[in-house]
Design a protein around this ligand. Sequence first.
Ligand SMILES: [Cu+2]
Length: 363
Amino acid sequence: MKLMRWAIALTAIGLTPVTVGAQTPTAAAPQAAATPTAAAPAPAEIAAPGAAPVSAPAPAPAIQFAAPTPGIGIPDGRKGIQDQVTEIGRDAAAFHNGPLLWMCALISVFVLALLGFTMVKYRRGAHPVPSRTTHNTFIEVIWTVVPVLILVAIAIPSIRLISKQYSPPPADVTVKVIGNQWYWTYQYPDHGGFEIISNMLREPGEVPAGQRTRTDADGPKLLAADERLVIPVGKVVKFIITSADVIHAFSVPAFWTKMDASPGRLNETWVKVDRPGVYFGQCSELCGARHGYMPIAVEVVPEATFNAWVASKGGTPKGAAPSTEATPSTAGAGAAPVATAGSPEADRAAVAQPALNQAVETQ
Ligand SMILES: [Cu+2]
Protein backbone atom coordinates (compact mmCIF):
# COMPACT_ATOMS: atom_id res chain seq x y z
CA MET A 1 0.00 0.00 0.00
CA LYS A 2 2.82 2.35 0.96
CA LEU A 3 4.59 1.46 -2.27
CA MET A 4 1.47 2.28 -4.23
CA ARG A 5 1.18 5.73 -2.62
CA TRP A 6 4.79 6.45 -3.57
CA ALA A 7 4.10 5.31 -7.11
CA ILE A 8 1.08 7.63 -7.39
CA ALA A 9 3.06 10.56 -5.98
CA LEU A 10 5.99 10.00 -8.34
CA THR A 11 3.66 9.72 -11.34
CA ALA A 12 1.99 13.00 -10.40
CA ILE A 13 5.35 14.79 -10.09
CA GLY A 14 6.55 13.36 -13.38
CA LEU A 15 3.46 14.33 -15.36
CA THR A 16 2.80 17.81 -14.06
CA PRO A 17 5.59 19.72 -15.84
CA VAL A 18 4.75 18.05 -19.15
CA THR A 19 1.12 19.11 -18.88
CA VAL A 20 2.03 22.72 -18.12
CA GLY A 21 4.77 22.88 -20.72
CA ALA A 22 2.41 21.84 -23.47
CA GLN A 23 0.33 24.94 -22.85
CA THR A 24 2.99 27.46 -23.60
CA PRO A 25 1.90 29.63 -26.51
CA THR A 26 5.41 29.65 -27.89
CA ALA A 27 5.44 25.88 -28.18
CA ALA A 28 2.59 26.18 -30.65
CA ALA A 29 4.72 28.16 -33.07
CA PRO A 30 6.79 25.66 -35.02
CA GLN A 31 8.41 28.22 -37.28
CA ALA A 32 9.58 30.17 -34.25
CA ALA A 33 11.69 27.39 -32.86
CA ALA A 34 14.92 29.04 -33.93
CA THR A 35 14.26 32.35 -32.22
CA PRO A 36 15.47 32.99 -28.72
CA THR A 37 12.10 34.45 -27.70
CA ALA A 38 10.35 31.28 -28.68
CA ALA A 39 12.89 29.05 -27.03
CA ALA A 40 12.84 30.82 -23.68
CA PRO A 41 10.26 29.37 -21.30
CA ALA A 42 8.15 31.95 -19.51
CA PRO A 43 9.06 32.45 -15.85
CA ALA A 44 5.41 32.16 -14.79
CA GLU A 45 5.21 28.64 -16.20
CA ILE A 46 8.28 27.51 -14.33
CA ALA A 47 7.12 29.05 -11.08
CA ALA A 48 3.76 27.30 -11.05
CA PRO A 49 4.27 23.67 -11.95
CA GLY A 50 1.31 22.59 -9.90
CA ALA A 51 -1.25 24.88 -11.54
CA ALA A 52 -4.48 23.22 -12.55
CA PRO A 53 -4.54 22.59 -16.32
CA VAL A 54 -8.05 23.97 -16.71
CA SER A 55 -7.13 27.40 -15.28
CA ALA A 56 -4.21 27.97 -17.68
CA PRO A 57 -4.85 29.97 -20.89
CA ALA A 58 -5.25 28.01 -24.09
CA PRO A 59 -2.23 28.13 -26.42
CA ALA A 60 -2.42 30.85 -29.05
CA PRO A 61 -2.47 29.46 -32.58
CA ALA A 62 0.48 30.17 -34.83
CA ILE A 63 -0.37 31.46 -38.28
CA GLN A 64 0.60 29.74 -41.47
CA PHE A 65 2.76 31.87 -43.71
CA ALA A 66 1.21 32.40 -47.14
CA ALA A 67 2.94 31.49 -50.38
CA PRO A 68 3.96 34.48 -52.51
CA THR A 69 1.80 35.56 -55.45
CA PRO A 70 3.73 35.48 -58.73
CA GLY A 71 4.32 38.98 -60.03
CA ILE A 72 3.34 40.74 -56.80
CA GLY A 73 6.02 41.77 -54.36
CA ILE A 74 8.73 39.74 -56.07
CA PRO A 75 10.86 40.34 -59.13
CA ASP A 76 9.41 38.43 -62.09
CA GLY A 77 11.55 39.46 -65.03
CA ARG A 78 9.47 42.47 -65.99
CA LYS A 79 11.35 45.72 -66.47
CA GLY A 80 10.45 48.82 -64.52
CA ILE A 81 8.99 49.37 -61.10
CA GLN A 82 7.21 46.60 -59.21
CA ASP A 83 3.43 46.86 -58.83
CA GLN A 84 2.84 49.14 -55.88
CA VAL A 85 0.61 48.27 -52.94
CA THR A 86 0.70 51.56 -51.05
CA GLU A 87 -0.92 54.87 -52.00
CA ILE A 88 2.41 56.69 -51.95
CA GLY A 89 3.95 53.94 -54.05
CA ARG A 90 1.21 54.20 -56.64
CA ASP A 91 1.50 58.01 -56.78
CA ALA A 92 5.27 57.83 -57.11
CA ALA A 93 5.23 55.06 -59.72
CA ALA A 94 2.59 56.91 -61.76
CA PHE A 95 4.67 60.09 -61.60
CA HIS A 96 7.80 58.21 -62.68
CA ASN A 97 6.18 56.16 -65.42
CA GLY A 98 4.14 59.08 -66.71
CA PRO A 99 5.39 62.69 -66.71
CA LEU A 100 9.00 61.98 -65.73
CA LEU A 101 9.72 59.35 -68.37
CA TRP A 102 7.94 61.38 -71.06
CA MET A 103 9.88 64.50 -70.15
CA CYS A 104 13.19 62.59 -70.16
CA ALA A 105 12.37 61.07 -73.54
CA LEU A 106 11.27 64.36 -75.14
CA ILE A 107 14.28 66.29 -73.84
CA SER A 108 16.67 63.56 -75.02
CA VAL A 109 15.09 63.46 -78.48
CA PHE A 110 15.07 67.28 -78.72
CA VAL A 111 18.76 67.59 -77.73
CA LEU A 112 19.75 64.77 -80.10
CA ALA A 113 17.81 66.39 -82.96
CA LEU A 114 19.41 69.76 -82.25
CA LEU A 115 22.87 68.19 -82.26
CA GLY A 116 22.18 66.33 -85.50
CA PHE A 117 20.78 69.42 -87.17
CA THR A 118 23.81 71.51 -86.15
CA MET A 119 26.32 68.85 -87.21
CA VAL A 120 24.75 68.49 -90.64
CA LYS A 121 23.82 72.08 -91.43
CA TYR A 122 26.96 73.75 -90.10
CA ARG A 123 29.50 71.13 -91.19
CA ARG A 124 32.81 72.37 -92.61
CA GLY A 125 31.90 71.36 -96.19
CA ALA A 126 28.79 73.58 -96.20
CA HIS A 127 30.26 76.38 -94.04
CA PRO A 128 33.98 76.79 -94.78
CA VAL A 129 33.93 80.17 -92.95
CA PRO A 130 32.57 79.71 -89.41
CA SER A 131 30.00 82.10 -87.98
CA ARG A 132 31.32 84.66 -85.48
CA THR A 133 28.02 84.98 -83.60
CA THR A 134 28.66 85.05 -79.83
CA HIS A 135 25.44 86.25 -78.23
CA ASN A 136 21.74 86.10 -78.92
CA THR A 137 19.71 87.50 -76.07
CA PHE A 138 16.44 85.92 -77.16
CA ILE A 139 17.89 82.39 -77.35
CA GLU A 140 19.74 82.85 -74.06
CA VAL A 141 16.52 83.81 -72.31
CA ILE A 142 14.78 80.78 -73.84
CA TRP A 143 17.43 78.26 -72.81
CA THR A 144 17.44 79.64 -69.29
CA VAL A 145 13.71 80.02 -68.72
CA VAL A 146 12.50 76.80 -70.33
CA PRO A 147 14.73 74.47 -68.21
CA VAL A 148 13.69 76.41 -65.09
CA LEU A 149 10.03 75.88 -65.95
CA ILE A 150 10.67 72.16 -66.56
CA LEU A 151 12.42 71.82 -63.19
CA VAL A 152 9.60 73.64 -61.40
CA ALA A 153 7.09 71.33 -63.09
CA ILE A 154 9.05 68.34 -61.76
CA ALA A 155 9.71 69.86 -58.33
CA ILE A 156 6.09 70.60 -57.38
CA PRO A 157 4.79 67.00 -57.48
CA SER A 158 8.14 65.70 -56.15
CA ILE A 159 8.02 67.90 -53.07
CA ARG A 160 4.37 67.02 -52.54
CA LEU A 161 5.34 63.34 -52.62
CA ILE A 162 8.28 63.77 -50.25
CA SER A 163 6.14 65.76 -47.84
CA LYS A 164 3.58 62.94 -47.84
CA GLN A 165 6.30 60.39 -47.15
CA TYR A 166 7.69 62.39 -44.25
CA SER A 167 4.42 63.33 -42.57
CA PRO A 168 3.09 60.00 -41.37
CA PRO A 169 -0.37 59.67 -39.86
CA PRO A 170 -0.53 58.34 -36.27
CA ALA A 171 0.88 54.83 -36.22
CA ASP A 172 -1.31 51.82 -35.55
CA VAL A 173 1.70 49.51 -35.33
CA THR A 174 5.34 50.35 -34.66
CA VAL A 175 8.14 48.05 -35.73
CA LYS A 176 11.76 48.66 -34.85
CA VAL A 177 13.90 47.29 -37.66
CA ILE A 178 17.53 46.56 -36.81
CA GLY A 179 20.09 45.66 -39.45
CA ASN A 180 22.82 43.25 -38.42
CA GLN A 181 25.65 41.61 -40.32
CA TRP A 182 23.85 39.77 -41.97
CA TYR A 183 20.29 39.39 -40.86
CA TRP A 184 17.39 41.51 -39.65
CA THR A 185 15.83 41.89 -36.24
CA TYR A 186 12.23 43.11 -35.92
CA GLN A 187 10.95 44.34 -32.57
CA TYR A 188 7.33 45.22 -31.74
CA PRO A 189 7.57 47.71 -28.85
CA ASP A 190 3.81 48.41 -28.76
CA HIS A 191 2.93 44.72 -28.63
CA GLY A 192 4.81 43.55 -25.58
CA GLY A 193 8.28 44.16 -26.97
CA PHE A 194 8.84 40.75 -28.49
CA GLU A 195 11.49 40.29 -31.12
CA ILE A 196 11.85 38.32 -34.34
CA ILE A 197 15.16 37.36 -35.90
CA SER A 198 15.02 36.85 -39.63
CA ASN A 199 17.67 34.94 -41.57
CA MET A 200 17.85 34.04 -45.22
CA LEU A 201 16.75 30.49 -45.96
CA ARG A 202 19.44 28.44 -47.65
CA GLU A 203 18.96 26.01 -50.49
CA PRO A 204 18.71 22.26 -49.90
CA GLY A 205 22.21 20.83 -49.83
CA GLU A 206 23.78 24.08 -48.63
CA VAL A 207 23.19 23.39 -44.96
CA PRO A 208 23.67 20.34 -42.75
CA ALA A 209 20.90 17.75 -42.89
CA GLY A 210 18.01 18.48 -40.56
CA GLN A 211 18.18 22.27 -40.88
CA ARG A 212 15.30 24.07 -42.48
CA THR A 213 15.84 24.96 -46.12
CA ARG A 214 13.94 27.04 -48.63
CA THR A 215 10.86 25.80 -50.44
CA ASP A 216 8.87 27.58 -53.14
CA ALA A 217 6.23 28.44 -50.55
CA ASP A 218 8.86 30.44 -48.66
CA GLY A 219 9.72 32.58 -51.67
CA PRO A 220 12.41 32.85 -54.34
CA LYS A 221 16.02 31.93 -53.83
CA LEU A 222 17.99 34.60 -51.96
CA LEU A 223 14.77 36.38 -50.94
CA ALA A 224 13.07 33.80 -48.71
CA ALA A 225 13.56 34.23 -44.96
CA ASP A 226 12.92 31.87 -42.07
CA GLU A 227 10.92 34.52 -40.19
CA ARG A 228 8.79 37.15 -41.86
CA LEU A 229 8.08 40.67 -40.75
CA VAL A 230 4.31 40.49 -40.21
CA ILE A 231 2.15 43.63 -40.38
CA PRO A 232 -1.61 44.19 -40.61
CA VAL A 233 -3.28 45.24 -43.84
CA GLY A 234 -4.82 48.72 -44.09
CA LYS A 235 -3.05 49.99 -40.96
CA VAL A 236 -0.40 52.65 -40.62
CA VAL A 237 2.84 50.88 -39.76
CA LYS A 238 5.74 52.97 -38.58
CA PHE A 239 9.21 51.56 -39.08
CA ILE A 240 11.96 52.83 -36.80
CA ILE A 241 15.13 51.77 -38.54
CA THR A 242 18.60 51.43 -37.11
CA SER A 243 21.62 49.15 -37.17
CA ALA A 244 23.68 47.23 -34.66
CA ASP A 245 26.92 47.33 -36.64
CA VAL A 246 27.41 48.93 -40.07
CA ILE A 247 25.11 50.84 -42.42
CA HIS A 248 22.39 48.70 -43.97
CA ALA A 249 19.27 49.82 -45.83
CA PHE A 250 15.74 48.58 -45.35
CA SER A 251 14.15 48.37 -48.76
CA VAL A 252 10.88 46.83 -49.95
CA PRO A 253 10.26 47.87 -53.57
CA ALA A 254 6.51 47.13 -53.63
CA PHE A 255 6.00 49.57 -50.72
CA TRP A 256 8.18 52.33 -52.26
CA THR A 257 10.28 52.07 -49.10
CA LYS A 258 14.01 52.48 -48.83
CA MET A 259 15.62 53.83 -45.70
CA ASP A 260 19.16 53.61 -44.38
CA ALA A 261 19.75 51.67 -41.18
CA SER A 262 22.62 53.52 -39.54
CA PRO A 263 24.23 52.58 -36.23
CA GLY A 264 23.50 55.08 -33.47
CA ARG A 265 20.69 56.72 -35.38
CA LEU A 266 16.93 56.18 -35.65
CA ASN A 267 15.48 56.72 -39.10
CA GLU A 268 11.77 56.57 -39.63
CA THR A 269 9.46 55.67 -42.45
CA TRP A 270 5.95 54.32 -42.70
CA VAL A 271 3.67 52.26 -44.90
CA LYS A 272 -0.01 51.55 -45.21
CA VAL A 273 -0.36 48.46 -47.35
CA ASP A 274 -3.79 47.90 -48.81
CA ARG A 275 -3.38 44.37 -50.12
CA PRO A 276 -2.60 41.23 -48.10
CA GLY A 277 0.29 39.21 -49.45
CA VAL A 278 3.99 38.53 -49.25
CA TYR A 279 6.47 41.16 -50.34
CA PHE A 280 10.21 40.81 -50.62
CA GLY A 281 13.05 43.27 -50.34
CA GLN A 282 16.76 43.24 -49.65
CA CYS A 283 19.38 45.16 -47.76
CA SER A 284 20.24 47.93 -50.20
CA GLU A 285 23.48 49.25 -48.78
CA LEU A 286 26.80 47.47 -49.23
CA CYS A 287 27.33 46.15 -45.71
CA GLY A 288 29.97 43.46 -45.97
CA ALA A 289 30.71 40.04 -47.35
CA ARG A 290 27.16 38.69 -47.07
CA HIS A 291 25.34 41.88 -47.98
CA GLY A 292 23.47 40.03 -50.72
CA TYR A 293 22.20 37.42 -48.27
CA MET A 294 20.00 39.42 -45.90
CA PRO A 295 16.59 39.50 -47.55
CA ILE A 296 13.49 41.15 -46.12
CA ALA A 297 10.28 39.13 -46.27
CA VAL A 298 7.14 41.00 -45.26
CA GLU A 299 3.81 39.30 -44.82
CA VAL A 300 0.75 41.56 -44.81
CA VAL A 301 -2.22 39.91 -43.14
CA PRO A 302 -5.72 40.83 -41.88
CA GLU A 303 -5.74 42.36 -38.43
CA ALA A 304 -7.19 39.26 -36.73
CA THR A 305 -4.40 37.13 -38.18
CA PHE A 306 -1.85 39.72 -37.11
CA ASN A 307 -3.17 39.59 -33.54
CA ALA A 308 -3.03 35.79 -33.58
CA TRP A 309 0.54 35.94 -34.85
CA VAL A 310 1.48 38.46 -32.13
CA ALA A 311 -0.01 36.15 -29.50
CA SER A 312 1.83 33.15 -30.95
CA LYS A 313 5.09 35.03 -30.50
CA GLY A 314 4.34 35.84 -26.87
CA GLY A 315 3.29 39.43 -27.61
CA THR A 316 0.26 41.31 -26.37
CA PRO A 317 -2.32 43.53 -28.13
CA LYS A 318 -1.32 47.16 -28.46
CA GLY A 319 -1.89 49.08 -25.24
CA ALA A 320 -2.23 45.97 -23.05
CA ALA A 321 0.19 45.36 -20.20
CA PRO A 322 3.25 43.48 -21.41
CA SER A 323 2.95 39.75 -20.92
CA THR A 324 5.43 38.03 -18.64
CA GLU A 325 6.14 35.75 -21.59
CA ALA A 326 7.18 38.61 -23.84
CA THR A 327 10.73 38.67 -22.69
CA PRO A 328 12.75 40.45 -25.39
CA SER A 329 15.74 38.50 -26.51
CA THR A 330 18.87 39.37 -24.66
CA ALA A 331 21.06 37.26 -26.89
CA GLY A 332 20.70 39.32 -30.04
CA ALA A 333 22.87 42.23 -30.97
CA GLY A 334 19.69 43.90 -32.11
CA ALA A 335 18.39 43.88 -28.56
CA ALA A 336 21.12 46.27 -27.50
CA PRO A 337 19.71 49.79 -27.25
CA VAL A 338 20.91 52.11 -29.94
CA ALA A 339 22.36 54.47 -27.37
CA THR A 340 24.80 51.79 -26.32
CA ALA A 341 25.97 50.91 -29.81
CA GLY A 342 29.71 50.80 -29.68
CA SER A 343 29.72 50.07 -25.95
CA PRO A 344 31.46 46.97 -24.65
CA GLU A 345 28.07 45.29 -24.10
CA ALA A 346 27.02 45.97 -27.68
CA ASP A 347 30.34 44.71 -28.97
CA ARG A 348 30.04 41.51 -26.97
CA ALA A 349 26.48 41.01 -28.19
CA ALA A 350 27.54 41.65 -31.77
CA VAL A 351 30.19 38.98 -31.47
CA ALA A 352 27.84 36.52 -29.80
CA GLN A 353 24.93 36.97 -32.21
CA PRO A 354 26.24 35.27 -35.37
CA ALA A 355 25.96 31.94 -33.55
CA LEU A 356 22.22 32.21 -34.22
CA ASN A 357 22.69 33.11 -37.81
CA GLN A 358 22.19 30.19 -40.13
CA ALA A 359 23.97 32.00 -42.92
CA VAL A 360 27.08 32.58 -40.85
CA GLU A 361 27.05 29.11 -39.36
CA THR A 362 27.26 27.49 -42.71
CA GLN A 363 29.55 29.97 -44.37
CU1 LIG B 1 23.06 44.99 -44.97
